[in-house]
Design a protein around this ligand. Structure first.
Ligand SMILES: NC(=O)c1ccc[n+]([C@@H]2O[C@H](COP(=O)([O-])OP(=O)(O)OC[C@H]3O[C@@H](n4cnc5c(N)ncnc54)[C@H](OP(=O)(O)O)[C@@H]3O)[C@@H](O)[C@H]2O)c1
Length: 286
């Protein structure tokens, strides 16, 4: 058993992280944005001294991908400097840091997908700021973990699957991009994977906490409609060009899972099986 501290604890992943820890009987201090602003180095140091965690999971982030294009300095303050503040405080306290990161650190032009050790080349400001956070965590000697995830959905907070459930329930037709590939991932699966990682005493480094298999946003939307009892034919495939956005998105951000095997752990399962398991929880909560 370890003493855990979760930052960003009221966000989508933060809430499931706390839930997974409680289910595993691990003691957790949950700090939302109001209890701890990770851009405030003195506050971060004070909270870590106060609670003395063995493991800090940083679920706090600037997650507004498009807004980061215009506000990169503010996004960097949270995603880069905030992570560095936590890494510094963890180093002083002898705690381990799990920094959550993203597939958006990659360019998305690699059809075979990306291994943990592949060279990051972000396409947008959000990805650059998240890469700065990775570097801060990996600079923590012998105690820094980077857990990259992608295409997250969960019971707490707005996300693509929740939006599609709303459309399916209304029986509304919807146009969804069909030329970006990724791995839809349930935030509760990511949380359980992080618990397993630390409990197994896995080596610090980079891990990819995404579902296996891959699909497009269009494929995901069709599956949500099907599972919600609506007609998948209501989901029309369109190219990304139909929805121009301020931030460029990777075309193919499929992540490899070799890190789990090296740690003697199984990766998260197939995206469609995970979605089928999550759907009753997601439908009940909306
Ligand atoms: N969602 C995805 O599809 C996805 C994909 C890949 C990676 N990720 C990564 O997964 C992690 C969790 O994302 P999420 O989807 O759970 O995001 P989320 O729901 O937006 O949660 C982020 C949390 O961080 C808090 N926060 C923002 N600035 C903060 C600060 N300065 N100090 C402390 N807390 C702060 C937010 O609080 P307020 O709302 O009160 O500001 C929010 O509760 C992030 O690292 C994200 O980059 C997400």
């Amino acid at each position: 058993m370890s003493r855990w501290l979760v930052t960003g604890a009221t966000g989508m992943l933060g809430r499931d992280m706390c839930l997974a820890l409680q289910r595993h009987g691990e003691p957790v201090t949950a700090l939302g944005h109001r209890e701890l602003d990770i851009t405030d180095a003195a506050a971060v140091a004070g909270r870590l001294r106060e609670h003395g965690p063995d493991v800090v999971v940083n679920c706090a982030a600037w997650t507004a991908v498009d807004a980061a294009e215009q506000h990169e300095a503010q996004a960097l303050a949270v995603n880069g400097t905030g992570a560095a503040n936590l890494a510094g405080a963890c180093a002083r306290q002898g705690a381990r840091l799990v920094q959550i990161s993203t597939d958006y650190v990659f360019g998305g032009d690699q059809p075979r997908g990306y291994a943990e050790e592949d060279h990051p080349a972000p396409l947008n400001a959000y990805g650059r700021t998240k890469l700065a956070g990775e570097r801060a965590a990996l600079g923590l000697p012998g105690a820094g973990y980077v857990v990259r995830t992608a295409w997250l959905y969960g019971a707490h907070g707005p996300n693509f699957v929740a939006a599609m459930i709303g459309k399916a329930r209304a029986g509304s037709p919807v146009r969804v991009v069909a030329d970006q590939r990724g791995q839809p991932t349930w935030s509760l699966d990511v949380a359980a994977q992080i618990v397993a990682l630390i409990r197994a005493g896995a080596r610090p480094g980079v891990y990819h906490a995404t579902s296996t298999g891959a699909t497009t946003w269009h494929g995901l939307a069709r599956e949500v409609f099907r599972l919600a009892g609506a007609d998948p034919g209501l989901v029309e495939a369109v190219p990304s060009a139909a929805y121009p956005r301020p931030a460029a998105r990777p075309r193919c951000s499929v992540l490899g899972h070799g890190g789990w095997a090296r740690a003697g752990l199984a990766p998260i399962g197939a995206w469609d099986s995970a979605l089928a398991l999550a759907m009753p929880v997601l439908l009940a909560g909306r």
